[in-house]
Design a protein around this ligand. Structure first.
Ligand SMILES: *[C@@H]1O[C@H](CO)[C@@H](O)[C@H](O)[C@H]1NC(C)=O
Ligand SMILES: *[C@@H]1O[C@H](CO)[C@@H](O)[C@H](O)[C@H]1NC(C)=O
Ligand SMILES: *[C@@H]1O[C@H](CO)[C@@H](O)[C@H](O)[C@H]1NC(C)=O
Ligand SMILES: *[C@@H]1O[C@H](CO)[C@@H](O)[C@H](O)[C@H]1NC(C)=O
Ligand SMILES: *[C@@H]1O[C@H](CO)[C@@H](O)[C@H](O)[C@H]1NC(C)=O
Ligand SMILES: *[C@@H]1O[C@H](CO)[C@@H](O)[C@H](O)[C@H]1NC(C)=O
Ligand SMILES: *[C@@H]1O[C@H](CO)[C@@H](O)[C@H](O)[C@H]1NC(C)=O
Ligand SMILES: [Zn+2]
Length: 458
């Protein structure tokens, strides 16, 4: 525009400095006045428009929904009930969840990524990446390049950005001009790709249902410009009792009642705000749970010199990482011998079955032993016999007992073809969740391992 102005001035001799007689001056003044009155305002208005709408990408489209008093953009509330096994629903003690599915959909199951444990899978759900690609390959692992241990129970260590690859949904949202509010989710306290969630409550095991519901509702009650479109929250109770008391215990059933109550609280909060048909709610879990078989705790001590390896990684599986690379081959051969005719199997990292997508990271131990469901592979040094859990998970992600859940309801799920009987769609793996949410929020997804456009609509 500056050039355009200069051009006009030049043509009118305004920049030339030529001496001009009176009549010439009058004519010039007339042209200048005309220019100021008509052309300049047009140029200014144009400029303002261009500045206000710089590119389609950053400009938010108009809100799509109205709840009777407020405008809303497409919104997703993602809820995780840790360790909610797919068949727990059949116990018929979660009436609010059942009612939720009756109005929405459920996947027959949601298959976890391998290994079927909490940190890798929660982070897969929000990034769409297999653990080998997002880097959180276990709840605890050693990184030989960083020369450091990731320990999930130690937030001051695990919070460091260096651990977290990929791009979680709350970052995708913020990068594209939307807002996110995340409570309790794995990874949400860390700065990832330079971003945090817009609003955030860190993991705190003493929060009540009421606390969690009011966190979510406080975000929905913000004015349109400040309100997050991606919201996530979490409850650990079902997993905790699955480990402590086992998947068939009374305590486990009480934990199911607890998350059913939490579902009720969240749905009531939405209903009170006339948001039932506006906010898309997705309820997921990260993995299932299997009864531990105490007679099948296998000690690997006889196969090699335990002092030559770091602490075993990947419980109840055994990631074996010798301190010295030159010991890998011997220990591998020893374990191969020991596993001969056994139901468990050991692999060199490069041999881990392709379908696990669990090779492409040095954070995966160079030797990885995988037991059948319910078994534990460990060493005397690494295992405390007083702490045999009643339930475990982490096994082959194809095992039915490792399956988690995907239930959803809201406007985005209205046009999905489902089975008449129980509103079910086919089961899928949890790398799909990222693209499903990105599609609903109209976000351009980061690179990931899910189906382009979201598996539910393709
Ligand atoms: C609730 O929202 C719907 C649109 O989703 C609207 O038609 C209806 O009038 C609202 N109800 C109230 C009580 O505002
Ligand atoms: C966790 O929440 C409880 C109850 O709201 C609160 O008293 C406590 O300070 C919180 N702890 C942390 C570490 O934030
Ligand atoms: C679930 O809610 C019911 C009714 O509000 C209450 O009686 C029960 O104690 C709650 N159970 C749990 C485990 O929170
Ligand atoms: C619409 O949502 C806003 C924000 O949560 C809430 O304050 C308001 O009461 C809701 N309106 C209706 C008619 O329920
Ligand atoms: C690893 O083992 C080799 C062969 O025994 C030895 O030469 C080397 O010093 C060891 N490296 C370390 C770091 O201990
Ligand atoms: C169903 O909804 C999705 C998401 O809103 C949309 O992209 C898709 O085009 C719809 N499909 C049909 C057949 O209406
Ligand atoms: C998963 O996606 C990442 C990022 O695009 C890619 O590097 C990786 O090869 C993919 N993994 C598989 C098994 O396709
Ligand atoms: Zn878990």
């Amino acid at each position: 525009m500056r050039e355009e102005l200069d051009d006009i001035r030049e043509r009118e001799g305004l920049l030339s400095g030529d001496p001009a007689d009176g009549r010439h001056k009058d004519r010039l003044n007339f042209i200048l006045r005309t220019f100021m009155k008509i052309t300049l305002p047009l140029i200014l208005v144009g400029t303002i428009l261009i500045l206000a709408f710089p590119s389609k990408n950053l400009e938010r489209s108009a809100p799509k929904y109205f709840n009777g008093s407020h405008d809303f953009h497409s919104t997703v509330l993602l809820v995780s009930y840790d360790g909610f096994r797919e068949d727990y629903l059949e116990r018929m003690i979660t009436p609010h969840i059942a009612e939720f599915i009756r109005k929405g959909i459920k996947a027959e199951f949601m298959m976890p990524s391998f290994p079927s444990v909490t940190f890798p899978n929660h982070y897969t759900i929000v990034t769409g990446l297999y653990p080998e690609s997002h880097g959180i390959v276990g709840n605890e692992f050693y990184d030989p390049i960083l020369e450091d241990n990731f320990i999930y129970t130690s937030p001051h260590q695990s919070i460091d950005s260096k651990w977290w690859g990929g791009e979680p949904l709350w970052v995708t949202a913020v990068k594209q001009g939307q807002k996110s509010g995340v409570s309790q989710w794995v990874g949400s306290s860390s700065v990832i790709k330079g971003y945090r969630p817009t609003y955030h409550f860190p993991y705190n095991s003493s929060l009540t249902i009421k606390d969690k519901v009011s966190q979510v509702m406080s975000w929905l009650d913000l004015p349109l410009d400040e309100r997050p479109t991606f919201i996530a929250t979490y409850a650990r109770n079902v997993d905790l009792e699955g480990h402590r008391s086992g998947p068939y215990s009374v305590n486990l059933n009480n934990a199911l009642t607890y998350v059913d109550n939490m579902t009720h609280g969240l749905l009531e909060g939405l209903a009170q705000r006339n948001l039932t048909d506006i906010v898309n709610v997705i309820i997921v879990s990260d993995h299932g749970m299997a009864q531990t078989i105490p007679s099948n705790i296998v000690k690997l001590d006889n196969s090699f010199d335990v002092s030559k390896i770091r602490p075993i990684e990947g419980f109840p599986l055994a990631g074996v990482r010798p301190y010295n690379d030159s010991d890998v081959l011997d220990i591998y051969l020893g374990l191969k011998d020991a596993s001969y005719n056994q139901p468990w199997e050991c692999f060199a990292r490069e041999e881990i079955p392709e379908r696990f997508h669990f090779r492409a990271s040095l954070r995966i131990a160079p030797i990885f032993c995988i037991p059948p469901v319910g078994w534990v592979l460990t060493t005397n040094r690494d295992f405390d016999h007083h702490k045999i859990p009643r339930g475990t998970h982490g096994y082959d992600n194809l095992e039915p007992e490792m399956r988690g859940i995907f239930f959803a309801s809201g406007p985005a799920f209205k046009n999905i073809t489902r089975e008449m009987k129980d509103n079910a769609v086919k089961g899928f793996i949890n790398t799909e969740v990222y693209n499903i949410v990105a599609k609903i929020l109209d976000l351009v997804p980061a690179e990931n391992n899910g189906t382009t456009g979201g598996i539910l609509w393709s």
